[in-house]
Design a protein around this ligand. Structure first.
Ligand code: F6R
Length: 607
């Protein structure tokens, strides 16, 4: 995952930039680079591979300059070559970037039509050219950045360095994290407090949509509208530097907020962004055309990711899926085809039941694929094919970001299966892939519902029972919503397929029971809306999560929360966010131990 650093110092900063980049190595990268100002001119050194290659280049040809930006790149658009390494620059401005610029193709075509020459295949380079065009037209650096940000679609963090501006770095955050480090007559920017640790423990985290102009003696933060804002500073303690909570109260809150970024990084492992097609990671290619069936197994939240995937594999690839929770799978003694594929899903890669299922399937002669977050785990090591989620360390016991990353991987695999089996055309693939590419931005938008959700938490905290309803792929998300609420708030909650309600659970409904309905305005909406009416008629308090069109057809609801309109296929990843926030705020309101709820362990290594 890309790392960003920026330094306004008093001596040559290139060695400090490299020192800081070393601390970002843990995020994973495949090339690196720095840019400084030498006599007001932008100068750069970049290198493929590890930081020692960049250091060798700097030893051979040192960079002067007391202001600079640096970057570790984890390739998304274009191979990890020197030409694609950041910073990207024109003679006026240099840029480093973390995240995805969704509309880079249109922007590049526009800029090339005006005569701009591109040196790389990256999405980032359009940012340098856009800012450069503004500067050439006479805009100040701040105005140039503001105009550039308005043109960008996607989830990202950026840092800009300007020719002739020895006392200025501008940073911007939309979806991906960025922190300011405060020094004495020096100031810094970094992807996290770990990058800033060599220089300062006084840190301010930018909020989504913020941008910042840094000089050596001043820090000015602006929100998306350009209004000056004040963001609280924190002391990043040495302990926090290891696994950093940032300015969040709980790891779970931080992990919920990180999802646009980590889902983007995960997707980048499975998508050739330049071509807009699925590309599986090296060593994990699979030909789904050769399969008759697919077996999926997992526990808890990971199992619910598998349930969503069943809809996708069956719809997009016409591939029948056998799925069961891992603690039951082998006791069912399902007939398994030797040479068939078993897909295990696990955040920790150590869950005992999932591991036992893996070994059971292996003993039956199956190939093993693992969607797994911890690359060194037993499940990752024992699998034939590893499909990595790039969620980073998940500390909160209640799984959040690992879940949406699992869904992102499974979505990519289902599209690949659809192509392999001739069900999806190239055009279908491109359409579904572009829906996935847009997802991090939509997730960032969905997270803005947090203040509304926080208000609802007071109602939920008083409830004894809560029901969650959904149809189609929203059904497993309803199950996940109920699990999240149960595990961290200890309130009894159940998820049901919306159509199943009248076959029993509706007996529970009265004025004291909140009923959470997950219903994007898709072809199933009308049927779910009828089930909502059945609940409303019995006095149930409906809390509807939907999109703008659904909100217009909401009928009698206690509360309607409007998510961004999205392609139906990606809605499970989007609707997972508000139900996580609802559980989180209900639990914090009740004062439970959110990150370590009673009786639960992060990694369940006993059967
Ligand atoms: C729920 C949760 C658990 C895990 C389950 C599987 O929030 O975290 O249900 O999903 O224990 O764990 P992994 O994915 O590590 O195999």
């Amino acid at each position: 995952m890309c790392g960003i650093v920026g330094i306004l110092g008093r001596a040559p900063v290139a060695p400090q930039l490299v020192d800081s980049l070393k601390r970002l190595e843990y995020r994973g990268y495949d090339s690196a680079g720095v840019a400084t100002l030498d006599g007001g001119r932008i100068v750069r050194r970049r290198a493929e591979g590890k930081l020692r290659n960049l250091e060798a280049s700097l030893d051979a040809s040192p960079l002067d300059g007391a202001v600079g930006i640096g970057h570790t790149r984890w390739a998304t658009h274009g191979a990890p070559t020197e030409a694609n390494a950041h910073p990207h620059a024109t003679d006026r401005v240099a840029v480093v970037h973390n995240g995805i610029i969704e509309n880079f193709r249109e922007l590049r075509a526009e800029l090339e039509a005006e005569g701009a020459t591109f040196q790389s295949q990256t999405d980032t380079e359009v940012v340098a050219h856009l800012a450069s065009r503004e500067l050439a037209a006479g805009a100040s650096p701040r105005a140039a950045v503001q105009a550039t940000l308005k043109r960008l679609r996607g989830a990202f963090a950026l840092a800009f360095l300007f020719a002739g501006e020895d006392d200025l770095i501008i940073g911007a955050r939309r979806g991906s994290p960025l922190a300011i480090g405060h020094g004495q007559g020096e100031n810094y920017l970094g992807s996290d407090a770990i990058a800033l640790a060599p220089f300062t423990d006084s840190v301010t985290y930018l909020e989504d949509g913020d941008w910042v102009a840094l000089t050596r003696n001043a820090v000015e933060i602006f929100d998306e509208s350009g209004a000056t804002v004040v963001r609280a500073g924190v002391r990043a303690s040495a302990a926090a530097i290891v696994v950093d909570k940032g300015n969040y109260r709980h790891f779970m809150a931080k992990e919920i907020a990180e999802q646009p970024e980590v889902v983007g990084h995960t997707l980048a492992r499975f998508i050739d962004m330049s071509a807009g097609r699925i590309r599986l990671p090296e060593g994990a290619d699979v030909d789904f055309a050769k399969l008759d069936r697919l077996a999926i197994s997992a526990c808890g939240t990971a199992f619910y990711a598998g349930l969503v995937a069943r809809y996708w594999f069956e719809k997009f690839a016409r591939l029948p899926v056998d799925i069961d929770i891992a603690s039951e799978f082998r006791y069912r003694e399902p007939p398994l085809s030797p040479g068939g594929l078993a897909l295990l899903i696990s955040q920790s890669g150590e869950t005992a039941d999932t591991l036992a299922t893996l070994r059971h399937c292996r003993a039956q002669g199956m190939r093993i694929g693992a969607v797994v977050n911890v690359p060194t785990s037993t499940i990752a090591r024992e699998a034939d094919l590893v499909f990595p989620t790039v969620a980073g360390v998940e500390v909160g016991v209640a799984s959040t970001k690992a879940f949406t990353c699992q869904l992102a991987v499974l979505a990519a695999l289902a599209i690949k299966a659809g192509r392999d089996r001739g069900v999806l055309s190239v055009e279908d693939e491109t359409k579904l892939v572009s829906a996935l590419v847009e997802l991090p931005r939509l997730m960032a938008e969905a997270l803005r519902l947090e203040p509304e959700i926080e208000k609802l938490a007071t109602t939920f905290a008083k409830a004894q029972d809560v029901l969650y309803l959904g149809r189609g792929t929203s059904f497993p998300i309803a199950l996940e919503g109920a699990l999240k609420l149960k595990e961290i708030s200890y309130i009894h909650a159940e998820g049901y397929a919306a159509g199943e309600l009248k076959h029993g659970p509706i007996a529970l409904v009265d004025e004291s029971v909140p009923v959470v309905v997950l219903a994007p305005f898709d072809p199933l909406f009308e049927k779910t809306a009828s089930n909502m009416q059945e609940v409303a008629a019995r006095g149930g308090k409906i809390v509807l999560f939907t999109d703008a069109e659904g909100a217009a057809h909401a009928g009698d609801a206690f509360a309607v929360l409007t998510l961004p309109t999205a392609y139906a296929f990606v809605s499970p990843m989007l609707y997972a966010l508000p139900i996580q926030l609802l559980a989180y705020h209900t639990a914090t309101f009740m004062g439970t131990d959110v990150d370590q709820p009673r009786n639960l362990a992060k990694s369940v290594t006993v059967e």
